[in-house]
Design a protein around this ligand. Structure first.
Ligand code: 3MF
Ligand code: MG
Ligand code: MG
Length: 437
């Protein structure tokens, strides 16, 4: 097969002075930061759905993307040709991982049996290409939201047969993910949520969702799949209320249904902002509970209120992400997965390179800046000092559990009024943050 990107050579690191738009200026895979290489910290991953299946269609018009290798058919032959293109792209880019939904890589058949067969046929080629290039599968996932049968959700559908269908699909996807050495398995809520409580049995649906996850955990054990399970929070779109709305909601759900030991979170920037949080908040919240699994790296648009899935280029954002990720000891088996799509107007194949190079450079630079901030330690020192009354005296008594309401009342009656505590110094700290750019 002829190359899909014949004019593109392997993308190389050329350093910050380079003006070559097809080179990395910051992502230098072998550069060591805090004892690990950039490649080990960042574990970049290319998504199959936006990058190789995205057409650029929107509610107002059809696709615009020029993809000369794709004949637009839902045939296994076309799917296999696409695999070769995907691996040529990922190899030239130098990303070590990729991620897919079952239905991105192989066409859905007329029956479940036929879909399984198509998936197996394409998985064989994926395996060959992985072996040829050394590119690995960051995670697999099943698409339980596109087909009309999932209109009411999958695991939370009002129809039991739909639950069964979703289970069959996840069973197969777990088998394929295992066969391809996938390091994680992701559940994004899809249509697991509701539009209206008048037609919804909320408790029953959540009980079903938990049952579904327990079945997945049991089956993974049975077949020896040892990858990390991840849940990807998102608050709205497609349903008005998604059950996995944010990190806190997911962790509460997992804890309530005895699922916490088996899951971590895959946090997505644009989902965090839709939930009214910053990405750093979501990372901190998951990190402090040992649940930081992986990230879907993208960004929204301040002026648009939906999931625009743009490539991340804002260095403040990537620095904040990397500060939180480094603070909580990294993402383990996770990675920086570009769940992002080029704009509808960026229709040429080469735009896929510009987009990923920009995202990788933005994260590499964020990593470098975050590591510099940590080495200087000024923020850490400030925060430590701000809470210093907890290190001894009454603060230490409260933290260690020695104090009670009675001892605290006695303490305050004795002490009298409190003199103003230290300034929060937000403006000074924001200026300090800026010093690194
Ligand atoms: C939706 C998403 C999804 C998930 C994917 C994997 C299509 O907003 O972000 O991308 O990432 O389904 O779980
Ligand atoms: Mg995502
Ligand atoms: Mg998204």
């Amino acid at each position: 097969m002829a190359a899909a990107f014949p004019e593109i050579e392997k993308i190389r690191y050329e350093g910050p002075k380079s003006k070559n738009p097809l080179a990395f200026r910051w992502y230098n895979p072998d550069e060591v930061i805090e004892g690990k290489t950039m490649a080990e910290h960042l574990r970049f991953s290319v998504v199959y759905w936006h990058t190789f299946r995205g057409t650029g269609s929107d509610p107002f018009g059809p696709g615009t993307m020029l993809r000369p290798w794709d004949d637009g058919s839902e045939s296994v032959e076309n799917a296999i040709r696409r695999v070769k293109v995907a691996f040529e792209f990922i190899e030239k880019l130098g990303a070590p991982f990729y991620a897919f939904h079952d239905r991105d890589v192989a066409p859905e058949g007329a029956t479940l049996r036929e879909s399984h067969k198509n998936f197996d046929a394409v998985a064989k080629v994926l395996k060959d290409e992985q072996d040829r290039t050394g590119i690995k599968l960051l995670w697999g996932t099943a698409n339980l939201f596109s087909n009309p049968r999932f209109m009411h959700g999958a695991a939370t559908s009002s129809h039991a047969d739909v639950f069964a269908y979703g289970a069959a699909q996840v069973k197969k996807c777990l088998e394929v993910t295992k066969a391809l050495g996938g390091e994680n398995y992701v559940f994004w809520g899809g249509r697991e949520g509701y539009q209206n409580l008048l037609n919804t049995d909320l408790k029953r649906e959540l009980d079903h969702l938990a049952k579904f996850f327990h079945m997945a955990v049991d089956y993974a054990k049975k077949i020896g799949f040892t990858g990390q399970f991840l849940i990807e929070p998102k608050p709205k779109e497609p349903t008005k209320h998604q059950y996995d709305s944010d990190a806190a909601a997911c962790l509460n759900f997992l804890r309530s249904y005895d699922l916490l030991p088996y899951f971590k979170l895959n946090l997505e920037t644009n989902h965090a902002t839709l939930a009214g949080h910053t990405m750093m908040h979501e990372l901190e919240y998951a990190g402090m509970q040992g649940a930081l699994g992986s990230i879907d790296a993208n960004t929204g648009d301040l002026l648009l209120g939906w999931d625009t899935d743009q490539f991340p280029t804002n260095l403040y954002l990537t620095t904040e992400c990397m500060l939180a990720i480094l603070k909580w000891g990294g993402m383990g088996a996770g990675g920086v997965n570009f769940d992002a799509k080029v704009r509808r107007e960026s229709f040429e194949p080469i735009d896929l390179f510009y987009a990923h190079i920009g995202g990788m450079d933005a994260f590499a630079r964020g990593l470098k800046i975050a590591a510099e901030m940590r080495a200087d330690g000024e923020f850490t020192k400030f925060v430590k000092d701000r809470y210093s009354t907890w290190d001894s005296g009454i603060g230490a008594e409260i933290e260690s559990g020695k104090a009670t309401f009675e001892t605290l009342e006695a303490y305050m009656l004795e002490k009298g009024e409190i003199s103003p505590h230290k300034s929060g110094r937000q403006e000074m700290l924001e200026n300090l943050f800026n010093r690194y750019f």
